[in-house]
Design a protein around this ligand. Structure first.
Ligand code: HEM
Length: 561
């Protein structure tokens, strides 16, 4: 018996050893074959950067924000660099020229999006480094692939994009100005009456939420706690509600390994939560859609996107649910982006009071005390337009853009870019390009004005940080709406208030940090919550003007549905 046990044990040990020897040999052979298959002999090499790790599915923790890590790689390797995230090749473009050359001029190749089954598009940069993606565009499991921003290049995306252009494009922007103006009048009044500075931000978000919701569904967000709007904000922007999301965001990449995990049958337990969320999202969007349809039929609203979507529904073969998801885009993509930009503007004013005073002087001389600034003042207020541009450039909201996936093999500047690479543009580095923006760390609106326009690409071209809105076929369709919202809100805020720092218990002014490293890091950065005060700068007459304008705005919005 003992002999038999010893025999079994030794055979077992041998079998185990044999098994491991065979396994190791197989791994070596597979790695060798893969390496040879991807060898660069006979064709250009991949852009230099961080090579693939053998166990690439493990998290690549760079120990610093991704925009910084990739900027260091660019310093070493030039305008095109690469790194792997798992098996996914990430190509980073570090100059405006490289980004324009590929993402714009070769838009037929570089206009798709990475496949993203579980997490969110924000996860892509979030994967490089240890961070929670707090605001996200949901993806396949959570949206059934119905969110346009995540859609791969193709007919479905093009159809969705047509709707976006109809409702948000440059021709449509004029149609939204009245509503943007009325909402921002209400914002001024809300801020004037707000006693708690910590609540300012909720008024700003309400305003932007209402603007987006009205554009898509013809429905206002009257107060921040509006349940359907709140649900929508959480759902469409993916603001993290609970730890379950954090778990997904932390370990389920949009790269290939995550894809395999999600697709593996016995590991699908985690589908339940996102699918449950999708059900709730669908319910909210469908309710909003049917309410909007009703209003449209009764002539109570006129939303261009919805009308166009209904006109095209049959031609595009869109189900009601697809249509409802499609319409959620302005909200999903437009609220947190615009409100974070306003927070960045406020930070800039706290740190550069002389710029605020200069802007106020301009506004006072053009507008005076007896009326509010209007869109018609835009041409007379170039300094404010310059402040809007500088806000967008100074702290680019998407320091690495939103990844475009490539659809075909390509060669650029002698480097091979295989199909299926994720291409990001390093908006942070572009915003720091000394040739375009001398003294780039300074917040300096003057750089866009008069003889100071030393960074303009040419005499005929105006210096504009439009790269913050992306490139080519996927460029942000809401960019004009965003610029308009920023212009009217910033002008009115500066007309009505001084933006000043809060004080600590000893009465010293507290200036919040402004370094990008201090911001919350995700695909879109945002400042950590900070405090400040809107100090009214108008007399009683000015205050009653704000109150009256707000009352009229509410009535008018009521009339327009
Ligand atoms: C300061 C504000 C904003 C910034 C910085 C911004 C930036 C961006 C960027 C970088 C992209 C990706 C572009 C690309 O892949 O090349 C994008 C896409 C998008 N943006 Fe914006 N955005 C802003 C506001 C808005 C607003 C207000 C709306 C709608 C009302 C909007 C709607 C969209 C949509 C629908 C997409 C997806 C486009 C696609 O994938 O085809 N954005 N935005």
């Amino acid at each position: 018996m003992k002999l038999l046990q010893l025999y079994n044990q030794s055979v077992g040990d041998k079998a185990t050893m044999l098994f491991f020897a065979l396994l190791s040999a197989t791994i070596v052979v597979v790695l060798y074959i893969r390496r040879s298959a991807t060898s660069t002999s006979g064709r250009p090499s991949l852009p230099p950067g961080l090579p693939r790790r053998s166990f690439g599915f493990l998290k690549t923790d760079l120990g610093m924000p991704a925009w910084k890590a990739l900027s260091i790689l660019h310093e070493k390797h030039g305008p095109v660099t690469s790194m792997y995230r798992g098996r996914k090749l990430i190509i980073s473009l570090g100059t405006l020229k490289a980004a324009t050359d590929l993402l714009e001029k070769r838009g037929n190749i570089y206009s798709s999006r990475p496949r993203n089954i579980m997490g969110c598009i924000h996860i892509l940069p979030a994967l490089f480094w240890n961070t929670h993606a707090r605001v996200s565009f949901r993806s396949e499991l959570m949206s059934g692939g119905m969110r346009g921003v995540n859609m791969p290049y193709g007919t479905k995306w093009r159809n969705w994009r047509t709707l976006m252009h109809a409702g948000l494009g440059i021709q449509a922007t004029g149609g939204h100005e009245l509503m943007q103006s009325l909402e921002s009048k209400i914002l001024l009044n809300d801020l004037l009456n707000e006693q708690d500075p910590a609540a300012y931000v909720t008024h700003i978000r309400r305003t932007l939420a209402s603007i987006s919701m009205t554009m898509a569904y013809g429905r206002r967000v009257e107060y921040f706690g509006d349940p359907i709007a709140l649900r929508f904000i959480l759902s469409a922007t993916g603001i993290v509600l609970n730890d379950v999301y954090l778990v997904y965001f932390n370990w389920l990449p949009s790269s290939q390994p995550g894809k395999f995990l999600v697709e593996s049958r016995f590991l699908q337990w985690f589908r339940r939560v996102p699918e449950a969320h999708r059900k709730i999202d669908t319910k909210v969007y469908m309710e909003l859609l049917s309410e909007a349809k009703q209003k449209l039929a009764n002539g109570e609203t006129e939303t261009v996107i919805l009308r166009k979507a209904l006109d095209k529904q049959t031609e595009y073969g869109l189900s009601d649910v697809e249509l409802a998801f499609g319409l959620s885009a302005p909200f999903a993509a437009g609220v947190s982006t615009s409100s974070t930009s306003l927070e960045i503007f406020i930070l800039a004013m706290l740190h550069h009071p002389h710029i605020m005073r200069k802007a106020q002087k301009d506004i006072d001389s053009v507008v005076g005390p007896l009326r509010l600034p209007e869109f018609e003042d835009l041409d007379s207020l170039p300094y404010i337009t310059a402040i809007v541009k500088e806000t967008l450039r100074w702290r680019p909201l998407f320091p690495l853009g939103i990844p475009h996936d490539s659809l075909a093999d390509d060669v650029y500047e002698g480097f091979f870019i295989p199909a299926g690479s994720s291409v990001v543009w390093n908006a942070y580095l572009i915003s720091r390009d000394e040739k375009l923006f001398p003294a780039p760390d300074e917040f300096r609106p003057e750089r866009y004005l008069g003889s100071a326009k030393e960074g303009s690409p040419s005499d005929s071209e105006e210096l504009d940080p439009s790269f913050v809105f992306g490139f080519g076929r996927r460029i942000c369709p809401g960019m004009h709406i965003a610029r308009n919202s920023l212009f009217i809100i910033i002008t009115r805020l500066l007309w009505a208030f001084d933006i000043i720092p809060s004080k600590d218990s000893d009465g010293n002014a507290v200036l919040p940090p402004i370094a990008l490293e201090d911001f919350v890091e995700a695909l879109a950065i945002r400042p950590r919550p900070f405090s400040y005060i809107f100090r009214p700068r108008k007399d009683d007459q000015g205050h009653s003007l704000i109150t009256q304008e707000c009352k009229r705005a509410r009535e008018e919005l009521q009339m327009h549905g």
